[in-house]
Structure formats: structure tokens, C-alpha cells
Write a protein of this length. Sequence first.
Length: 254
Amino acid sequence: MSITKESELIGMQKISEVVGTTLKLMRAYAKVGMSTKELDEYGGSILKSYGAKSAPYETYGFPGYSCISVNEEAAHGIPSAKKILKEGDLINIDVSAELNGFWSDNGGSFVLGKDIHHHQPLVDASRQILQKAIQNIKGGVKIADIGDIIETEAKKSGFKVLKNLAGHGVGRSLHEEPENILNYRVKANRERFQKNTTVAIETFISTTSSYAVELNDGWTLVGNKGGYVTQHEQTILITDHAPVILTACNEIWR
């Protein structure tokens, strides 16, 4: 959305703090032996305490308050009482919500407990690439150029990007223009980031796959060639200089 008055900025700051705090607390709450359903219900209770509503549930009828993807799941994992977290699991939590007509989105991947399966390099690459991409965003910068940074940095680290998942505008709804802030350069895309707009920038860094495919449950996405995927996401306000990271309280870069 385009921020045109202070009340809109305050609205985006409030909901961004809610989703960022929820993500941070859910990461800390996750424990070996816990089901993803229990973790999701904990996150849902935090959103409710702020008076916020789960965006995927409200917008798409998603069966959970947040998307919790484990190991080979790339995105949109459904919380389940049967899915029990284990030592060394690669977990992604994606939290988005609405409050007072404003929407914000953030997410992060992490290793639960000891890194016995050696997922940490993939997690670190995703975090660092998102940080570098965001540092290069300001009004007038081509969206395609940020996609190029993400893919180039992924290749330097020995990884790939998913080409059919993307960041997006956010604010008055969960997904707004620009709808495809992709993780690679599309030369034909001449669209530029606009000053005073809010967008969700996210990385999808992969070990072996280049595309996400949907499972029969109608939600869960996995890589088309298997392997693992990490995602990190921040909602930002674009300026003439460095962006304002509205969801910074999630502490995904700590």
C-alpha cells in the first residue's frame, strides 16, 4: 500500500509489531516433542491477545493460524497434532495477520535444537541474502534488480531459488501490487519500487529444487526436485534511503 498519512503508518507499525512479536515468541516456544498444532495454537493465542486476525485463515480459509512447514515442506505447511517436532528439524514459521484494517507478513526458518542434519548453512544463506536484498531497496530501484541479487547470492552459497514463490505488496490486504517480487531477475519486468509503499520481501532458498509444487492436501508446497527450502521475510516501508523494517522485532537476524 501507499502510505499517505501518519495514521496509515501507525496502523502498519502496530500490525507489523504484532506479527513480528508472534513469530519471535513462536520460535522460542517450539520444543522437541511438541506438535505443530500446539505451536500454531500458541501463536493464535498471541494474535488474539492483540485483537488481530490470522491473515491466511481470514483470506483463504487456511486450516491454521500460521503456516508451519517442516523439513521437506517448502511453504504453507498445515499445523497438525500428528506432526511432532524432532531434534534437528528444519522449521519454517510464516505469520501474517490483520488489525484495524492493516495487514503485515513475516516469516523465518530455523533449526530446532542441535543441527544434526546440517541445515544451518541453508538457514544462514537465506537470512543473509534477505538482509542484503533489503539493504539495496529504495524508491526507484527495479524489482528485477533485487531478484538478481537474491539469485546471484544464492548461487554464490551453492544454492538455488524457487522461481514461482515471491514477495508482494502488503497493507490493506495480504497480497497487493506489486504481486511478484521474485527471487530472480525477469528482464522484461521494468517495474520499480515506489517510495512510501509497504511490501513484504521474502527469500526462498533451495538445495535442489527450482519450483514449488502443491501436495494433494491443497496447501502444502514442496520442491519439484526434493531437497530443502528456507524462507525469511520482512515487511518494509520503502524510502529514498534504507527501508524501514516494520517487522524487525521478530529478531530473525539475531
